[in-house]
Every structure is written in C-alpha cells, then in structure tokens.
Design a protein around this ligand. Structure first.
Ligand SMILES: *[C@@H]1O[C@H](CO)[C@@H](O)[C@H](O)[C@H]1NC(C)=O
Ligand SMILES: *[C@@H]1O[C@H](CO)[C@@H](O)[C@H](O)[C@H]1NC(C)=O
Ligand SMILES: *[C@@H]1O[C@H](CO)[C@@H](O)[C@H](O)[C@H]1NC(C)=O
Length: 207
C-alpha cells in the first residue's frame, strides 16, 4: 500500500498541476493506486461504522424488550431479568415490596425502562392500591426542585391537592426535601431516605 503521505502529496501535486498526461504515465498510475487505496480504506471504515451501529441497536433492542408488554405479555423482560407487571384499568405497573430509599426506588424503575408511579386521579389511586400488600410505597412525587411544591418527577405536573391525606404534606420542617408515598389510598410526604416498597409504572408510550 502506498503510504498516505506520498498519496496526499501526489494527489495535491497532480491536481494542482492539472496534469493531463496520458493514462499510462507513471504519475497517473500512482494516482490510481492512491485512489484505490483510499476507496478500500473508506469501505473498511464504513463497514466498521455499520458494525458499531448494529452493536448499538442490539443493545438498544435488548434493553427495549420491555415494550413486548404491548403484546399483552405481562412479563416484561429487561436484559434477562423478568419483572411481573400488573395490568390495571389505569395502566401497567410493577410493585416491589422490598424497602428502599426513594433514590434507589427511582433508579430501579429507570434502569428497567419504567418510572416511579405518578398518580393523577383518585380512581388511579384506588387502582394502584390494589397491588399494595405493605403499608407504604414510594411514588415519583418530590419537592426537590422547589421546597414545599410537590411535583411528579416524570411529567413535572403538580401533585393533585385532593389526593393528600389530611394535614399532608407537612414537609418535616422548613427546607427539608421530602418524597411522596402512598398509604391506604392517600398520599403522604416523608424524608426521602426513609425506606419503603415502591411502584413503577410503564411509560404510556409503551403500553
Ligand atoms: C503515454 O505515456 C507512455 C509512458 O510515459 C508513453 O510511452 C506513450 O507513448 C504515451 N502515449 C501517448 C499517446 O502519449
Ligand atoms: C432492532 O430493532 C429494529 C426495529 O424493531 C430492527 O429493525 C433492527 O433490525 C433490530 N436490530 C437488531 C440488531 O436486532
Ligand atoms: C426489588 O427491588 C430491590 C431493590 O432495588 C432489588 O434488589 C430486587 O431485585 C427487586 N426485586 C425484584 C423481584 O425485582
């Protein structure tokens, strides 16, 4: 293979001199070799790029498998892990009864293509209550961004004030960030490092 530097010099030289020597002149032969090498390198590069794309799409496909839930298959598969989703009137949910801090619950849902549950209406609250077996479950609500203002982290919508338990949220003191949990068909706020079970929800676009 002709070295890249020579190739480059020749290409510049020949094109700048606009040599119109006949096809069999040594310089033109050299130029043809250079062009052929360039094509070969370009092909190799394209092939490597295609392989990288395939690898990427394989990873995406593997992680996106949970979208099989569309096909009424309530076992959502993520990178070899099965999560038992529950179909309720208001959507597809996953409940995990082991007690963890809010951040760990949030991470678990996200790493499985889900998000912590967001509750819009009293009827959704009543539906989600059906999957509870313990007393408290984390939802996606917090007042992380503006103290005392509770929003669902996914949609950024404000928590419907009708859904709080009497005297909630009480924020556990001024300036303290709290997270929203669900107990007996009502919402409560508690310090985010308290440990509760949690409920993840399938994003609407995947249902
Ligand atoms: C083309 O170049 C070759 C080598 O330089 C030479 O032998 C040949 O006579 C040239 N032909 C024409 C038509 O100029
Ligand atoms: C990933 O999924 C898309 C769409 O379903 C498909 O076109 C593509 O071939 C898949 N890629 C791999 C590597 O399985
Ligand atoms: C429940 O959540 C915990 C903590 O994130 C995790 O370690 C565990 O694997 C989950 N259980 C199931 C059945 O997915």
């Amino acid at each position: 293979m002709v070295s890249r530097q020579i190739c480059l010099v020749l290409t510049i030289l020949l094109s700048s001199l606009a040599i119109h020597a006949n096809d069999s002149s040594p310089l033109n032969q050299e130029l043809r070799l250079c062009k052929r090498d360039k094509r070969e390198l370009q092909n190799k590069l394209n092939e490597a790029r295609r392989e990288a794309e395939d690898e990427k799409s394989y990873i995406i496909n593997k992680t996106a498998k949970f979208c099989d839930c569309k096909k009424r298959n309530l076992h959502c598969i993520f990178a070899g892990t099965k999560l038992n989703m529950m179909r309720l009137n208001t959507g597809l949910y996953y409940a995990n009864h082991s007690k963890v801090a809010w951040k760990a619950a949030d991470n678990f849902c996200k790493s499985h293509g889900l998000h912590l549950v967001e509750i819009e209406t009293r009827s959704e609250l009543a539906e989600v209550e059906k999957i509870q077996t313990e007393s408290s479950y984390w939802t996606s609500g917090t007042d992380k961004e503006v103290s005392g203002k509770y929003i669902w982290t996914t949609s950024k919508r404000e928590v419907n004030p009708m859904l709080w338990y009497l005297s909630q949220p009480d924020s556990f003191g001024p300036g303290r960030v709290t997270c929203v949990n669900l107990q007996h068909e009502r919402l409560f706020d508690d310090p985010c490092d308290h440990e509760y079970g949690f409920i993840c929800e399938m994003p609407r676009e995947c249902q």
